[in-house]
Design a protein around this ligand. Sequence first.
Ligand code: PHE
Length: 448
Amino acid sequence: MSSIKESFGSKFGIIAAAAGSAIGLGNIYRFPCEAGANGGGAFFIVYLTIVLLMGLPLMLSEFIIGRRSGKNPVGAFQALAPGSKGWGIIGYLGVIGSFLIMAFYCTVAGWTIDALGKSIINYYHGLDKNAILGDFNNLMNESWQPILSEGIFVFLTAFIIIKGVTKGIEKYSKILMPILLGILIILGIKSLTLEGASEGISFFLKPDFSKITGKVLISALGQAFFSLSLGMGCLITYGSYIAKNDNLTSTAFAVCISDTLIAVLAGIVIFPAAFSFGIRPEAGNELAFVTLPMLFDQMTGGYFFCLIFFLLLTIAALTSSISLMEVPVLFLTEQMHLSRKKATIYSAIGVFVLCVLSSESLHDGTPLKLFGLNIFSLLDTLTSKFLLTICGLTTVIFVGWKLKKEHFYDEYTNSGTVNMGLRKIIYFIIKFLAPVAITVILITQFIK
Ligand code: PHE
């Protein structure tokens, strides 16, 4: 526990850690998948609105719960609502949610490590679309290769958590994430100059309001919470390490802006290139794992860019998975009194087993299915469309209706020293607007 705490000595340390948690595969892999499957521009505009009206207030709520209580998600709700057992359930759901997400996440991280390995040996050079696609499909059907790369990823995450070198990782990500941003900008410029790029850009950025359906709303909500690391206690955990004099609003703002910027850039890189290469926007996994290697191969210095890109993406995924795994680990240490080492080893073994099931469920004709979905998609749907949104909703309700108003103001304004002017409007958004909006979206998915 102290490992993360120590790293929060400076304001930038907190932003770097929270942004490190937020920026990851959710931005570069999952955001384009969701935008592509949900009408592009329509999704994009809904997504931005949700980040502002629901993501930001929820992030503030999580920080406030964490900092006020100084505890893990389960302990935090229990401490802030003593005697009422019910609220603690949100914390438990968060712990379960982060565990399940971790299994899905490690599967995709495994593909990223595989792509990194292939870029080191310049494997993609000269391959056409069908060859890269065939290779990706083979990977899905392989038994051992994905398990090996997932194993490496889970091991690295656990190693960093046990060794408590989070501090080092965050120090480097302050330098590395801006480099990732720089590469995305270069890639974006290249992508925009490809033949047929304009079609991709207008798909991604031009909203067709008639395409906004219940499915688009819930997908955008789930994606926003997933990408901002909300609704599973991650930022409650990080909030518990934030110093009393840090300005929560500016921290939350900085995290939301940087996370959204990376996601938007990923869209600007992927859609023009995908349209130019003849990859459908609904193609899902192919969007990142086939389009990007093809794009690199068309660039001067492509070998170098491809290598650095997948290396940075792996690091970005690691800074996210550390924050995910930290939730069950802190729960096991604080609530179950396990040592940090044991808590990490147990969590890692559990995650790895589930992750293997998830990736094996992607084989053609797999029997590993439930409710018509393979385990990989099931974990993704269950967490992003249900657990995150329900936990997010109950969290803002908790802060708006259960936590004392004075305690909210006290945390929000650092005892009356900052953000005095904004406090009423933010409180109104957390108490009324965000819960109503999230509820409406949750209900619309059931109305066809
Ligand atoms: N936000 C991370 C990403 O976009 C994933 C994540 C989700 C991390 C939830 C922590 C909690 O990659």
